[in-house]
Design a protein around this ligand. Structure first.
Ligand SMILES: NC(=O)c1ccc[n+]([C@@H]2O[C@H](COP(=O)([O-])OP(=O)(O)OC[C@H]3O[C@@H](n4cnc5c(N)ncnc54)[C@H](OP(=O)(O)O)[C@@H]3O)[C@@H](O)[C@H]2O)c1
Length: 327
């Protein structure tokens, strides 16, 4: 497993990280442990979860959130020093007015709850899950800075932020002498390339680490779904994941997948390996967070590293995606 630097920091992260969103939501603890063991054996060091991941996300009961952190915490025993633990705060975890968002009040409670569930003294990367329009950024950054000073958090990051939102936060951090967001976690894949416009150039310029989620388009870029056919049993599409269903409602995503398959075939690799190699082709990406609901998904992904895409292939793919490069 190769490692890359997280932005300007000295921290090195595995270029494939493991997403823990499935734990307690689509797979039970036993299967989660098997996935985690396989990931660690494969050399993955970065593990990404969130306080909201769990069954509560689907059944509309936020008090049932947190199962992913709990499972990860049980598995972590005796392995804490070998992994980089990333979690998030912001999503609704209860029905009270302060049970969501990025107020100092909520962050201070949320971090204690995450630490308890994860059964650890510290979080390596604490990320705000999305931009909070209702809380001054300074309040959020001061609270996060305090957590770093207290030793509860090592680095802070954000997720689903645009370039201007990070720039604004960085300005406040610089002016007030506070910790700054060292990473961002956006969605990025062959079927979700929006961040190429602003966010990636910004992160390259400001040396912000980029840890991308859903590099396989939530499973679409494995080629296992077919237009007009019922999804295979046991998949997230069959379980009714709303965001995946909205990707599957776009016919052009299926068309693109069909056009990409010959690229993988020519290289004698799977579409998933090709999709991962494509995401990691950009040096500004620090890590791609793979979602796995079976140990086999990790083993299937690993040969991605043998694929080095050529300039011709990249240009052809841009054309397929309707992206024209500046002259
Ligand atoms: N910050 C955010 O807002 C945000 C949002 C979403 C995700 N995330 C993070 O990113 C992580 C990854 O997201 P994701 O799960 O959407 O990523 P993904 O890697 O795009 O999709 C993973 C899914 O693809 C399928 N898959 C993977 N390998 C396969 C293989 N070899 N053969 C067949 N199917 C395969 C599996 O689907 P089935 O399980 O259906 O078989 C798996 O659950 C999450 O766990 C979470 O940590 C963050």
């Amino acid at each position: 497993m190769n490692h890359r630097k997280l932005g300007r920091t000295g921290l090195k992260v595995s270029e494939i990280s493991l997403g823990c969103m499935a734990f307690g939501r689509w797979i039970d603890e036993k299967m989660s442990f098997q996935v985690l063991d396989t990931a660690l054996d494969a050399g993955i060091t970065l593990f990404d979860t969130a306080d909201v991941y769990g069954r509560g996300m689907d059944i509309g009961d936020p008090s049932l959130s947190g199962e992913s952190e709990t499972i990860l915490g049980r598995w972590l025993k005796g392995k804490r020093d070998r992994i980089i633990l990333a979690t998030k705060v912001h999503g609704r975890v209860g029905s009270g007015p302060n049970d969501a968002g990025q107020s100092r009040y909520h962050i201070m409670r949320a971090v204690e709850n995450s630490l308890k569930r994860l059964d650890t003294d510290y979080i390596d990367l604490y990320q705000v899950h999305r931009f909070d329009e209702n809380t001054p950024l300074e309040e959020t950054l001061r609270a996060l800075d305090d957590l770093v000073r207290q030793g509860k958090v090592r680095y802070i990051g954000c997720s689903n932020f645009s370039a201007w939102q990070i720039a604004k936060a960085h300005g406040i951090s610089a002016l007030q002498g506070l910790e700054r967001f060292e990473s961002v976690q956006p969605q990025y894949s062959l079927i979700a390339r929006q961040i190429e416009q602003e966010l990636l150039p910004f992160c390259r310029s400001e040396q912000v680490g980029v840890i991308v989620y859903s590099p396989l388009g939530r499973g679409m870029l494995t080629g296992k779904y077919r237009l007009g056919e019922a999804p295979p049993e046991g998949t997230r599409a069959a379980a009714g994941e709303k965001r995946l269903q909205s990707l599957m409602a776009q016919t052009d995503n299926f068309e693109l997948v069909d056009k990409l398959k010959p690229f993988a075939e020519r290289r004698d690799c799977t579409l998933a390996q090709f999709a991962l190699a494509w995401v990691l082709n950009s040096p500004v990406i620090s890590s791609a967070i793979l979602g796995a609901s079976k140990p086999q998904h990790i083993m299937d992904a690993l040969p991605y590293a043998e694929q080095k895409l050529t300039d011709e292939e990249l240009a052809e793919i841009d054309k397929l995606c309707g992206i024209s490069q500046a002259e």
